[in-house]
Design a binder for this molecule. Structure first.
Ligand SMILES: [Zn+2]
Length: 256
């Protein structure tokens, strides 16, 4: 991998705009706000080379127009959603070489949070937008529970060492729910200690890893007997199908 650094640029309440750097080149993922990106590029004397987009929500694309007014760069985005300034529409299996930084990513269709949501995987990293969060997952605004379950299953099959760059700082609030849903899971202690240490030092609790999420994220653990039992108890009936466990867990969290 030639990306030397991936930096978190904070936006709004808890969004992260991930900035990939190589030399003087920079690429941003989901710039919902142009301000923090322009400030960072100016402060570091970097040149924007491309914008990657995972889905159409304003807090992920709201900065595109202003960035494009200053930098004439390609905008990669999902084929099935309307993305401001998009120049390269992408779908499952597409391979891209990101200009300026020499990174190669493969596109994954991951519907559920939105209908056309995509993720970028390659170089040992995953940009998953609002599909997967550390110890949680995105809300189902446009897709079905079955679609989200399938999307998360694709992530679960990636190498355990894959670094997971989520788009929001939700780890601690997700851990509160994870403790309610999966109370006997000792991996939650380790994840919480790591997240608290990172945040106390002024850093994001991210990236996570697929391995860590498989251990701690209840939404990736819907086949684990302890979780099936806990979700069944919450539902007041015995759940057997993993998708049903997932759907019930998601509804539980929506009202948590
Ligand atoms: Zn979103």
């Amino acid at each position: 991998m030639d990306i030397t650094t991936i930096v978190a640029l904070r936006a709004f309440q808890d969004n992260y705009i991930w900035c990939l750097r190589r030399g003087r080149a920079a690429v941003v993922v989901d710039p919902g706000d142009a301000g923090p990106v322009l400030d960072y590029l100016a402060g570091e004397a970097l040149q924007l080379e491309a914008i990657l987009t995972t889905h159409h929500h304003a807090d992920h694309v709201g900065g595109n127009a202003r960035l494009l007014s200053k930098y004439n760069v390609p905008v990669f985005g999902p084929a099935r959603e309307k993305i401001p300034g998009v120049t390269q529409t992408l779908r499952e299996g597409d391979a891209i070489e990101v200009p300026g930084i020499g990174a190669n990513f493969r596109v994954m269709d991951v519907p559920g949070h939105t209908a056309g949501h995509i993720a970028y995987h390659g170089e040992g990293v995953l940009f998953c937008g609002d599909t997967l969060f550390s110890c949680g997952c995105g809300r189902l605004f446009e897709g079905t529970a079955a679609q989200m379950y399938s999307s998360l299953s694709k992530f679960a099959a990636l190498p355990g060492s894959t670094l997971v760059y989520c788009a929001h700082e939700y780890t601690l609030s997700n851990l509160r729910f994870a403790r309610a849903a999966d109370p006997a899971n000792a991996a939650l202690d380790e994840r919480e200690a790591a997240a608290r240490a990172a945040l106390a030092a002024g850093n994001p609790s991210l990236p996570s890893t697929i391995q860590s999420e498989l251990a701690a994220n209840p939404f990736l653990r819907t086949s684990q007997p302890a979780l099936v039992e806990s979700v069944s108890r919450h539902a007041g009936r015995t759940l057997t199908e993993a998708v049903e466990v997932f759907a019930t867990l998601r509804r539980w969290k929506d009202g948590f």
